[in-house]
Design a protein around this ligand. Structure first.
Ligand SMILES: Nc1ncnc2c1ncn2[C@@H]1O[C@H](COP(=O)(O)OP(=O)(O)OP(=O)(O)O)[C@@H](O)[C@H]1O
Length: 349
């Protein structure tokens, strides 16, 4: 069982702490993801798991073996962890077969040929044995890099921004493909990305990092629908936070009137909160008491995404079919769907 467990991980570069008290578990055969803005510590954590960065405090356990702790450091080559990077790092002068077998050079010719055929089948490039990297598209090269990483049957696979050099439209599709391949192999993996669509398409659980701290480790669905704080709410999906004051256990007073949702248990009446309103919580209608002004809009094909301004200058986002057009400056009426509103304690980060 290749379960990966990080407990209270703390990493410093010199005296500069860049990862603080990170706890997470990736169960055997599951795909985890570290997601966050540039500089939040994703790569540092991945490097620590791979064995390229020592930990100042905490333990990293893989398959019940402690591989990193302040007094334990299993060298990278002894961890049996595979890696896939953004730039594929295929050897240009080696054939696809030699690239894939690079990590299993010592095996017999027959075993290697069998594994190459198996892996090419798995990554959907059968018959590519004799080709060279320059004869392959970027997506195909990335699949070969994946086959090479899987060849030695690692205990864990680490993927560092693996689709970063692909077109945005291609990334989600590739992420799905790679997920299917990893699931077929039963591989435990961790992906690092700053692209949430890639994370959603590929991972079972996703950790959102901010300044080296793990804010939430959860499914993509829960990150979107039940963010634990304003940072996660703002980072995942689109939406706007409007200020409110708790009225009772399920009602908050806001500029938009009373809105309902699950008030956090620790928030007493009068407690200041933020209400997260996603574009899909809001419906533009012909007539309603709630009104706002169109500040800007972005054409999205099937729909327009509108930025709406309220009296106090706070803003909301709304989606509407593109044939139902509103002009900038126009006053629009809207209704709120109160089913999913998320209420967050103010200053919870
Ligand atoms: N070798 C190093 N020495 C000192 N500081 C470092 C080193 N590597 C990274 N850092 C710092 O550690 C912090 C985390 O960096 P890291 O590369 O882990 O972030 P990241 O989330 O992977 O960012 P990106 O998405 O831009 O790759 C940053 O503030 C960075 O400047």
């Amino acid at each position: 069982m290749s379960k990966l467990v990080l407990q209270n991980i703390h990493i410093e570069y010199g005296s500069n702490a860049v990862v603080h008290d990170v706890n997470l578990t990736v169960e055997d055969g599951q795909i985890g993801c570290l997601l966050g803005p540039s500089g939040c510590g994703k790569t540092t954590l991945l490097r620590a798991i791979a064995g390229f960065e020592p930990v100042t405090r905490g333990t990293i356990t893989l398959k019940d073996q402690v591989i990193s702790a302040p007094d334990v450091h299993l060298p990278p080559e002894k961890r049996n962890i595979g890696m896939v990077f953004q730039d594929y790092a295929l050897f240009p002068h080696l054939s696809i077969t030699d690239n894939i077998t690079f990590g299993i050079r010592k095996q017999s010719g027959k075993d290697k040929a069998k594994r190459v055929a198996e892996l090419l089948e798995l990554v959907n490039l059968p018959g590519y044995e004799k080709r060279y990297p320059h004869e392959l598209s970027g997506g195909q090269q990335q699949r070969i890099a994946l086959a090479r990483a899987l060849a030695p049957q690692p205990r864990l696979l680490l993927l560092d921004e693996p689709f970063g050099s692909q077109d945005v439209e291609l990334r989600e599709m590739l992420a799905r493909e790679v997920r299917d391949i990893l699931k077929r192999e039963g591989m435990t993996a961790i992906l690092v990305t700053h692209d949430q669509h890639e994370a959603f398409a590929m991972a079972d659980e996703i950790g959102v990092l901010q300044s080296g701290r793990l804010q939430q480790w959860d499914t993509g669905y829960n990150l979107y629908h039940q963010p634990v704080n304003q940072f996660v709410a703002g980072f995942i999906g689109q939406g706007a936070l409007i200020a409110g004051t708790v009225f009772n256990h399920d009602t908050v007073s806001t500029l938009l009137g009373a809105v309902r949702g699950e008030v956090p248990l620790e928030c007493q009446p009068e407690c200041p909160v933020d209400v997260l309103i996603r574009p899909d919580d809001l419906r533009l209608v012909a007539d309603a008491p709630r009104k706002a002004k169109v500040v800007s809009r972005v054409f999205r094909g099937a729909e327009y995404l509108y930025v709406l301004g309220l009296q106090d200058n706070s803003q909301l986002l709304a989606l509407a079919p593109s044939h139902q057009e509103y002009a900038i400056g126009e006053t629009v009426c809207f209704e709120l769907d109160m089913q999913h509103l998320v209420i967050l304690r103010r200053n919870s980060i």
